[in-house]
Write a protein that binds this ligand. Structure first.
Ligand code: SF4
Length: 183
């Protein structure tokens, strides 16, 4: 025990250094998202996150959008607890058999107009879980998807770019069933 204590004092914590955020690029991207969301919606964009069966890697990146580096709410984008308050459903993971009905019911509970964004390669086609007996598969096999955000997992910047692409896509805004993708 004493040896461990001594080692930790000498060598410091074994964690990786925090990533350096590109503040200028982030500010520019966030300002774009803010401008376009106000133009399209005239108010804030409310997002309901749904983990349909992910490994939680995608959730970690989505949670990072709310930390002090990205601080999504300052740009008018906000996560909400109820689908009844949501404009966007942000869905991660392959849809598991157990989560299928929950996803369908969440989609039905979300008022129109609404958009569904599938996050991560698992949400696109099942990813590493494709073919599992416990999975239904892609999010699009359960509910209509308007946008795929690629990555395993996608970084917070990629997520922001995806939300911007969703807002900028006039066709998507007019027709929630139109499909597109962001990298
Ligand atoms: S895309 Fe990657 S991080 Fe996201 S749920 Fe699938 S395996 Fe996990």
């Amino acid at each position: 025990m004493r040896r461990m204590l001594f080692k930790s004092l000498v060598h410091g914590p074994l964690t990786e250094a925090a990533p350096v955020a590109d503040a200028a690029a982030l500010a520019e991207l966030a300002a774009q998202v803010d401008r376009v969301s106000r133009l399209r919606l005239g108010r804030t964009l409310f997002i309901r996150e749904i983990d349909a069966g992910s490994c939680n890697g995608c959730e970690l990146e989505i949670h990072a959008l709310n930390n002090v580096v990205y601080d999504l709410e300052r740009f008018g984008l906000r996560f909400v607890a109820s689908p009844r308050h949501a404009d966007v459903l942000l869905v991660t993971g392959p849809v598991t058999t157990n989560m299928r009905q929950a996803l369908e019911r969440t989609y039905q509970a979300t008022p129109d107009p609404k958009w569904v964004v599938a996050v991560g390669v698992c949400a696109r086609d099942g990813g590493v879980f494709a073919g599992s007996y416990a999975c239904v598969g892609a999010v699009s096999s359960v509910v209509p998807v308007d946008l795929h955000i690629s990555g395993c997992p996608p970084s917070p910047i990629t997520l922001l770019k995806g939300l911007l692409a969703l807002l900028e896509n006039q066709e998507t805004a007019a027709s929630p069933s139109a499909k597109s993708s962001a990298n």
